[in-house]
Design a binder for this molecule. Structure first.
Ligand code: AMP
Ligand code: ZN
Length: 461
């Protein structure tokens, strides 16, 4: 089956092929580096990684750009409030430059821990001020801009296709943003360039033809996407909160400036929630990867957890579910370590089996990245065919669980199953049965320690 992706523009699954030859031009909105990225953010980046790995599986080349937003993202997405990075710098009594570099570094370390393939380039907004000014100048020349006391704004009324991503909701959104109209001509107009405030000195500011200030958040992505991927990119991705206003405004600026379509496919990943609330920095419920690690989890446990839902469905985080994912991941690692590499010995039969697995597994991914279904195919084949190494190795190109990395203290399957069962007993407060299982594990040479993050299994040396 050829690759099909849901396109937020058409609200349909469409056949995907890159526009130019075999190379996919892929732009993913990167983090605003004013705090450590949380696992909600990483759900989106893991889903984007599944997309990239699936593109590679389909033998496409991928040119992947992810920006670093190190200036211009204001507290409220509708151009009001303080710059998030300047605000955090003041709170921590550090320079805005130190803050953004520190969190960018941590972000990249976390990407690595989660086995997310790095972008080809991570351009920083602060290093592309010239390009952003050029783009604003282009818009000004075409009369899409106007000036207010606090900046240069994009006049959305002048762009006839404004809001293609949010068509049906545009009316409601317009009404909602009327409150913060200020000097703006229309409620949805947005800042391209903001002037530095007169009362206090900003740390990050630049001269421009309109006055000293800094770029708006949306213009960053339009300018950097243009510089590194050219006009008409293949896929632009982000979380669902980016649909509006960020992506709506990126489309408006880029298409107004060049009179051409900006991106062919838009991919939006649903939220990671805590209960019914979205996980977010401003919601005050953000959990970061270092907290998971402090509780004894490994980052790849979270990666496996993300596979439990399709990227367009919300996913609810719980420690209990993460524990189950940890056991599931370790189990897969064990199966890999114990599995024979025996396709070659099976001759033509082996090859047939491998080909049919590849096809079924790939078909699920090609159906709009259905990772839970692909994982189910893997388990069904492992069960039916007595765990063949080559199947796991192939699947791991997508799963990215580093299954072939040797682990000296591997925990036998028996212990994992026993631990899982013990957790079930503990959940229903059957302490006697739970204790008996702990003793059984000890006899087999493993200690099960209960931590706030769940059971930690250690080999007794
Ligand atoms: P930000 O640093 O706020 O620009 O967010 C970085 C990425 O994480 C964006 O693609 C957001 O859409 C995404 N994101 C933010 N919160 C969540 C969440 N709770 N679940 C999934 N993705 C999220
Ligand atoms: Zn962006």
């Amino acid at each position: 089956m050829a690759l099909k992706l849901y396109n937020s523009l058409s609200k349909k699954k469409e056949n995907f092929k890159p526009n130019r030859s075999q190379e996919v031009r892929f732009y993913a909105c990167g983090p605003t580096v004013y705090q450590r990225a949380h696992i909600g953010n990483f759900r989106t980046y893991i889903n984007e990684d599944i997309l990239k790995r699936t593109l590679l599986l389909n033998n496409f080349k991928v040119r992947h750009i992810m920006n670093i937003t190190d200036v211009g993202h204001l507290e409220h997405d509708l151009d009001t409030g303080e710059d998030k990075i300047e605000k955090e710098a003041r709170a921590q009594r550090k320079s805005a430059w130190d803050i953004s570099r520190e969190y960018e570094k941590l972000f990249k370390e976390d990407l690595k821990k989660l086995n997310i393939l790095p972008a080809d380039f991570f351009p920083r907004a602060t290093e592309h001020i010239k390009e952003q000014i050029e783009l604003i100048k282009k818009l000004e020349k075409k009369k899409y801009t106007y000036r207010t006391k606090d900046g240069i704004y994009f006049d959305t009324k002048k762009f006839k296709n404004y809001g293609v991503l949010v068509k049906s909701k545009l009316k409601g959104l317009r009404a909602g943003s009327r409150v913060s109209l200020g000097e703006k001509r229309n409620p949805m107009d947005f800042a391209l360039w903001k002037f530095s405030p007169k009362v206090e000195q900003r740390q990050m500011e630049w001269p421009s033809p309109w006055g000293v200030g800094f770029p708006g958040w949306h213009i960053e992505c339009s300018a950097m996407s243009l510089k590194y991927l050219g006009l008409l990119i293949d896929i632009h991705a982000g979380g669902v909160d980016h649909i509006h206003p960020h992506h709506t405004n990126e489309i408006a600026q880029s298409e107004a400036a060049f009179g051409k379509k900006f991106a062919r496919f838009w991919m939006h990943s649903e939220f990671l929630n805590l209960g019914k609330t979205r996980m977010g920095k401003s919601e005050g419920n953000a959990i970061t990867l270092d907290t998971l690690e402090a509780k004894g989890f490994e980052p790849l446990d979270f990666r496996y957890f993300v596979f439990s839902a399709h990227y367009r469905s919300p996913l609810s985080f719980s420690w209990q579910a993460l524990k189950a994912s940890r056991l599931g991941r370790l189990r897969l690692q064990n199966i890999y370590q114990d599995a024979p590499s025996n396709l070659k010995n099976k001759g033509a039969g082996g090859n047939k089996l491998f080909q049919s697995f590849k096809k079924e597994f790939t078909n699920k991914l090609n159906d709009d990245l259905n990772i839970p279904a692909a994982l189910a195919i893997l388990y069904a084949y492992l069960k039916k065919n007595k765990n063949i190494k080559e199947l796991l190795l192939f699947a791991d190109h997508i799963l990215g669980l580093a299954l072939n990395k040797f682990k000296s203290d591997a925990i036998p399957d028996e212990i994992l199953i026993l631990t899982k069962k013990r957790e079930e007993y503990r959940k229903i407060k059957s302490w006697k049965e739970a204790d008996a299982l702990r003793k059984q594990a000890k006899k087999l040479g493993f200690n099960i320690k209960d931590t706030p993050g769940g059971p930690v299994i250690e080999k007794i040396h």
